[in-house]
Design a protein around this ligand. Sequence first.
Ligand SMILES: [Zn+2]
Length: 314
Amino acid sequence: MHKAILHDHLDGGLRPSTAFELAKVLNYSPLLETDDIESFFDRSDSSSLDDYLEAFIHTIALMQTEENLERISYEAAEDMHKNGITMYESRYAPFYSVNETLSPTKVINSINAGFNMAENEYGIKSGLILCGMRHDFKNVDLVAELAIENKEKIIGFDIAGPEYDFMPSLFKSSFQKIKESGINITIHAGEGDGVHSIKDALSNGAQRIGHGVRIIEDVNLKTGQLGDTSKELIDKQIPLEVCITSNVHTNMYKSFNEHPIKDLIDMGFNISLNTDNRLMSNTTVSKEMQIAESLGITNVEQLLINSASYSFLN
Ligand SMILES: [Zn+2]
């Protein structure tokens, strides 16, 4: 029985111990000057999304060589395996690692090399989703081109970064090209913006929605009446890649108890359980499962099993 994680960012999942080791080799002072690397990265009390995102500067700084990318990818897959996961979808914005000696194709190859090592050792299957950064129009287009050139080496395409004011339709031509190439599409939507953003993601070919939890705003919880977009998600059983802790840490919900995952499941939405950024959110698959259980979800393991059936790795 396969269990899958569908939404996990490679640059958000480094082990604190690895980050510290790599920082020492590079003499990367922001990390060397701190005495507690775990709390340095932990953004559970972040005051804003900007504060949350600042942490990524320091992981990306460590992801600038083939060797480091390979190690970080291997360890991510290894950690997933240790949490009982057999299919791991990882995502990354490849141009963050491009420099004078590292081409975009080398970035992809290095990540895949790490995944292959983990597969040989543990049998876990991993695949890479390329993220375009939506606040940078040119970047999205470049990542789309890169995805098409390397379509045999990747499993999907996504746009990440600030959602508000950066609707999927701004990148219509990129999504069109991606679709025509037969590459899977998932889109971050319904996190930093509302229902119209989810609707726009669907109309640009999203087969899954990253987060998507704000679809709850399209539902009348008292009467059970559904809006057009929530109806479409349920009718087509479009998977929502839900990441509970991340949503609380970026201040979407004040506490786990306010998170709508249970209501969404009860209403028949197709919900998957995910980690998003394990380092910044100080979380793991096991922790997310415990939180989901504490919210009254009875068969949490089944969510991971269901995820395997609509993984882009298939
Ligand atoms: Zn994400």
